[in-house]
Design a protein around this ligand. Sequence first.
Ligand code: GLN
Length: 280
Amino acid sequence: MQDIQSALTEASRILAESSDSPELDAEILLCLILEKNRSYLRSWPKKQLHAQQRLQYKTLLTKRQQGTPIAYITGQREFWSREFKVSPDVLIPRPDTELLIELALPLIPKDKSCKLIDLGTGSGAIAVTLATERPYAQIIGTDSSEAALKIAKQNADHYHCRNLRLLQSFWFEQIADTDFDLVISNPPYIAANDPHLQQGDLRFEPHSALVADENGLKDISVIAESACKHLKEGGFLLIEHGYNQQPQVQAIFESFDYANIQTHSDLGGNPRVTVGQWHP
Ligand code: GLN
């Protein structure tokens, strides 16, 4: 027999080598099996686990020990205070990306229509968040991956987003509209030889959502170039990028003649999102 407390202690020990947050991981995985929240674990430390539960727990611990991200085991991740369904077909939403939302919201009117597009929507975390926060906005979310769009659709349905249309497109390829107020994207921006790709969650995430040619800058460049043809006068382009890409991304924006170019830092203090305005 084993109770909650001793199961957690043993699990944390098992995960200590493979995870940066063994205690938290141990708790999250046990919650998943017991279908309870974390405060339950603290309230009932002496509650015994059944044999079946112990076996299930062991299976999940092994997965985590082998590196599978917690979000892919639980199938969800929180973003901007909402839970999003995720799978290995989509990038796991990051807190860094909440900066895109923080910068986009003041640019989107609360009480009248406006048109925006999220390129490479993945789980739909950005598009669904904006659609929910700004119900008058008309939003398109695109992704080149059909599998990713299935996940995005489930998230959009879950949050009843009637103002979000999802469609398969490689960046703007299938998009004819030329009157967007805002173009937003968290594209792939990691260089193919970046050692981080061999570490942590990144090993399990879709390569196509992480890695870009030309030292990570190819897709940012393609998006910045094509967004010119799809933005209204005065519309905004917001792109997430790597912590060390600010000078190159600003140069790309300048080369396509965006105005009022500014880079903003994430909570970790890293330059993370560059914004430009199309011919204001
Ligand atoms: N921000 C992610 C990371 O560095 C990468 C996401 C991306 O390429 N868009 O872990």
